[in-house]
Design a protein around this ligand. Structure first.
Ligand code: ZN
Length: 349
């Protein structure tokens, strides 16, 4: 017999299975037998799934598999975007070529089709799309590259013939190296303004609280179950409804590491040596607080008890820390570059 830390019922050992305090779908490896099967399934369907679905982009990027494998928000998606090209004759002048990006099932670039049109006019030259030359040259390039970048699926980049232009017959190629594909695609919903980030933080709060609660239960040898704050936390988690307005059962703040992500901040975050979830339980200002760091992206500080004297084992010097372990990051080499060749067509005099 043992007690379930979420419903406080005594049950036979056979009713307990392994609980990952840090979700397996978020890279958690350590298991504890402290939650009964019923609670595991009830809380799993609400708190856990809600947060891990919200973090689908991060899981995709960090290659963290859940029950259904590594999630992929980009699966076979198509995005229209602009890609900047810099021409050799006009250094510093960047032309935006409209392209259609298509992803394969694994979320890598499958195809990139330039949408036909006249892109630029510079020094007596029109820069237009041209199917024939561009494709020929590009396919040759792809052949050479495919040996080197076997792990990247790029079948072809086409520029389709522009039926509205008379200039396509005079294609004359020159080569300008330009970084084209890089790592995995940037995760859109992480990159933008404050509102998305606030939403992300709100969605992950119940999970952060649950992880902190379970962890302090384990490290205090279940003494925490009778803490004044333990009951409201259990109630909050039990009644949590992702559609409802949540009222936090305890003081909590969240510090996002990035207010919004521009290109530079994105690079910075990508290049961090690790992207784990870390839970620290410590005594601070007459409280026990849990610091929950989510992938160095945002950082909760949650009051977990107002009676620190009850837990002499938790102090500022003692490190009560648990973290996820994420071994692999992006599968594509960080210095991966694909050359792209624009077409120059001379204007007829
Ligand atoms: Zn239970």
């Amino acid at each position: 017999m043992r007690i379930c830390i979420l419903c406080k019922k005594m049950k036979d050992d056979s009713f307990f299975n392994d609980e990952h305090i840090i979700l397996k779908s978020l890279g958690g490896k350590k298991k504890f037998k402290c939650v009964c099967e019923d609670c595991n399934s009830n809380f799993g369907d609400s708190v856990d799934v809600f947060a891990s679905d919200t973090l689908v982009g991060i899981r995709y990027l960090l290659n963290i598999a859940g029950r259904k494998g590594i999630p992929n928000p980009y699966k076979e998606s198509k995005t229209e975007t602009f890609y900047p090209l810099e021409f050799k004759d006009n250094p510093g002048i960047v032309t935006n070529v409209k392209v259609l990006m298509e992803m394969d099932k694994k979320g890598y670039f499958k195809k990139c089709t330039a949408i036909p049109g006249v892109y630029d006019y510079a020094e007596g030259k029109l820069i237009v799309s041209d199917e024939k030359n561009f494709r020929k040259f590009f396919e040759k390039t792809i052949d050479k590259l495919s040996e080197k970048y076997k792990h990247v699926s790029v079948s072809a980049l086409y520029i389709k013939k522009d039926s509205h232009s008379d200039n396509s017959g005079e294609g004359a190629c020159f080569v300008e190296k330009k970084q084209f594909l890089e790592k995995k695609p940037r995760i859109l919903f992480l990159s933008y303004g404050k509102e998305e980030l606030t939403y992300l933080i709100k969605c992950c709060y119940p999970l952060a609280l649950k992880m902190a609660y379970e962890y302090i239960c384990v490290i205090t040898d279940l003494k925490y179950l009778d803490d004044d704050l333990a009951e409201p936390i259990r109630l909050f988690l039990k009644n949590f409804d992702k559609k409802g307005d949540n009222i936090l059962p305890t003081n909590a703040t969240c510090e996002p590491l990035y207010k919004k992500m521009d290109d530079q901040e994105w690079e910075q975050w990508m290049n961090l040596p690790d992207h784990n979830i870390t839970i620290n339980i410590e005594s601070k200002n007459d409280r026990i607080i849990a610091k929950v760091d989510m992938f160095h992206f945002f950082n909760y500080e949650i009051t977990i008890s107002e009676n620190p004297s009850r837990y002499p084992e938790i102090n500022e010097t003692l490190c009560n820390k648990i973290e996820s372990k994420i071994e692999s990051f992006s599968k594509i080499a960080p210095n991966f570059k694909l050359d792209i060749i624009p077409i120059y067509v001379k204007l007829k005099e």
